[in-house]
Design a protein around this ligand. Structure first.
Ligand SMILES: [Zn+2]
Ligand SMILES: [Zn+2]
Length: 258
């Protein structure tokens, strides 16, 4: 049974389809109690003319929140709608980022660390690599993000397709897992990765996470309404939870970023 999903996109990110209403109605018909929207957050950049194409623009945030607030009211008898964002932890821009979203009633952030550093001129976290240094940077950055206390969970923490030795991977992921435990930040089993047959969820990661005692959450990562409650991937994720002895929560604590 899937009770909640906090990883849902909208067309504002330029690579999702369907209306907010369609996502909500899918969630209701699948029996979800709570549906959280977490579209790719707008970010601030300091380079003239630069803006990444896979996220909403700052000027769209107002409409995003307002649209969802109206729908939350309209559907309040059927489902609890939560309004969040999938954000990057870009260290040099993070304070300014929090300032940008402060005027809006954002209920939670999930960390989707799609780039290293502050994005510009940096490698994508999803690019295959055997460079230990890149893995170290990813883990350091995700840990620093968790330590801000602003993120309710980490989306696809296993998204880096590291091709180097397994022991090196395990050594650095042990740090990420320790930080997840220390900061009580759950880690997401990402259903988009399951249904798209991506390199994540990475079994070795979750086996280690089970042994470490980490807490897992399920995230549908829906970019179209038909997978708002992705029950086919749920079966795979439930099997992982059983097989690796993972602790799993349906309703992670949602932390207001501001
Ligand atoms: Zn996306
Ligand atoms: Zn993501």
């Amino acid at each position: 049974m899937l009770y909640a999903n906090y990883h849902t996109h909208t067309t504002r990110c330029n690579h999702a389809s369907g209306s907010e209403r369609e996502y909500i109605e899918q969630a209701i018909s699948a029996g979800l109690i709570e549906l959280g929207f977490s579209d790719h957050s707008p970010m601030v950049f300091h380079k003239e003319g630069y803006y990444s194409g896979f996220r909403m623009k700052p000027w769209q945030l107002e409409d995003y929140v307002k649209t969802l607030q109206d729908l939350r009211k309209e559907y309040e008898k059927d489902i609890r709608i939560r309004i969040g964002l999938e954000a990057e932890y870009y260290p040099e821009l993070f304070e300014e980022y929090l300032e940008m979203i402060r005027p809006y009633d954002i209920e939670y952030l999930i960390m989707g660390q799609h780039f290293l550093g502050n994005e510009i001129g940096e490698p994508a976290s999803g690019a295959p690599t055997d460079d230990e240094n890149r893995l170290v940077r990813f883990v350091d950055q995700v840990c620093a993000g968790m330590r801000t206390g602003k993120f309710s969970y980490v989306a696809h923490p296993d998204m880096m397709p590291f091709k180097g030795p397994d022991e090196i991977y395990a050594k650095h992921m042990a740090r990420l897992m320790a930080c997840s435990l220390e900061t009580e930040t759950p880690l997401e089993i990402n259903f988009l990765g399951i249904r798209d047959h991506r390199a994540y969820p990475r079994n070795a990661f979750w086996e280690q996470a089970g042994k470490a005692g980490c807490i897992a959450v399920f995230g549908c990562d829906a970019h179209s309404p038909n997978v708002t409650a992705d029950l086919a991937s749920l079966e795979v994720a439930e099997r992982m939870v059983r097989e690796y002895g993972l602790r799993h929560v349906d309703f992670p604590v949602l932390k207001k970023p501001n």
